[in-house]
Design a binder for this molecule. Structure first.
Ligand code: FES
Length: 67
C-alpha cells in the first residue's frame, strides 16, 4: 500500500528501512526514501507505519512474542 503518493513510497519500503537501516523517524525517511518531503499529507500515516514497524522489529530482536 502506498503511504507517500508524492514519492511513491510504500509500507513495505518503510518496513525495509526500519529493519535494514534502523530508521526511526520521519527525518530518516526523508533522507533515505525522499518520503514526506513534498505535500506532507502522508506524515501521520508514515509515522504510524514507522512506529508499528519499529515496535515489531524491537520485539523480534528481543526474542519476545508480540501480544
Ligand atoms: S504524500 Fe507524501 S509528501 Fe505528499
Amino acid at each position: 500500500m502506498y503511504i507517500c503518493i508524492c514519492s511513491g513510497v510504500t509500507e513495505s519500503d518503510i518496513k525495509r528501512c526500519v529493519e535494514e537501516k534502523g530508521i526511526e523517524d520521519i527525518k530518516g525517511l526523508k533522507a533515505e526514501l525522499g518520503a514526506c518531503d513534498q505535500c506532507g499529507k502522508c506524515v501521520p500515516e508514515a509515522r504510524r507505519v514507522l512506529n508499528t514497524c519499529h515496535r515489531q522489529t524491537m520485539i523480534e530482536k528481543s526474542g519476545l512474542k508480540a501480544a
